[in-house]
Every structure is written in C-alpha cells, then in structure tokens.
Design a protein around this ligand. Structure first.
Ligand SMILES: CC(C)(COP(=O)(O)OP(=O)(O)OC[C@H]1O[C@@H](n2cnc3c(N)ncnc32)[C@H](O)[C@@H]1OP(=O)(O)O)[C@@H](O)C(=O)NCCC(=O)NCCS
Length: 103
C-alpha cells in the first residue's frame, strides 16, 4: 500500500458546508512520502471521483485542506475542485472546495 483515498461524510458539526444539512460526501487523500511526485494521488482520486459520480450522482463532493498545503491544493485544482470558502480550524487556515463535475 502506498496511500489511501477516502470518501466520508463531512460532519455537520465541522465548518464548511454547501447544503444546510451538511453531511456532504468528502474526499480525503494521504500518501507515503516516498510515493509523492508521480501523480499517484491525482490518479487515484480521479478514479474514486469517477465511482462517486456513478454511485452518488446528485451529491455534492467537498474537500477540506490546509491553505498552506500547496501540494494538496494543486491536487484539488487538478481534480476540478473550486474554492467555496476559507476558515480557521485546527489552528490553521483551511481551504474548502466543491467538486465541479465534468460532463
Ligand atoms: C498531498 C499529497 C496526497 C500529494 O500526493 P502526490 O501523489 O505527490 O500528488 P500528485 O503527484 O498527484 O500531484 C501533486 C502536485 O502538487 C505539486 N506540488 C508538490 N509539492 C509542491 C509544492 N511544495 N509546491 C507547489 N506544488 C507542489 C506537484 O508538482 C503536482 O502538481 P503538477 O502535476 O502540476 O506538477 C501528498 O503530498 C500527501 O499525502 N501529503 C500528506 C497528506 C495530505 O496532506 N493530505 C491532504 C489532506 S486533505
């Protein structure tokens, strides 16, 4: 295993929402440092999003990452996420984005 890609519910108690009831589908990703820089995170997340598009066609998909995490922000951008808002949480500025599905 070189990393994980997760689809969880974005807790209603957490900051950042695109619908009043919260619980949006949320993408997460984490790879081992020795696997960074080869496009693996983008490739694996794109595959997961293809699954989401089919399994949860009407659900918004969100993503939250630290603004300072440049590599993660780049992955989000490459996948087609766009910024909704920024806020402070866990002692750092967070970037909250929404996936724009591509036809
Ligand atoms: C974020 C993470 C998943 C990226 O994994 P990866 O397999 O290296 O990602 P990819 O190779 O698909 O894409 C990384 C992109 O960021 C860019 N990048 C990497 N480090 C960068 C940096 N310090 N500054 C700017 N861009 C950077 C790469 O050049 C690449 O963009 P490109 O394709 O335009 O060249 C990995 O660094 C990681 O697991 N980090 C720790 C966990 C984490 O931060 N998870 C996100 C929290 S939601």
């Amino acid at each position: 295993m070189i990393g994980i890609v997760t689809i969880d519910r974005h807790s209603a108690e957490s900051k950042g929402h695109v619908r009043p009831e919260g619980e949006e589908a949320e993408l997460g990703y984490m790879f081992l440092p020795e696997a960074w820089g080869h496009g693996y995170a983008t490739e694996a997340c794109a595959a997961a999003l293809t699954w989401v598009a089919d399994a949860l066609p009407d659900e918004p998909v969100v993503l939250c990452t630290q603004t300072a995490n440049t590599a993660s922000l780049r992955v989000a951008e490459k996948l087609g996420f766009t910024e909704v808002e920024r806020f402070e949480e866990y002692g750092a500025e967070q970037w909250f984005g929404l996936w724009t599905r591509r036809g």
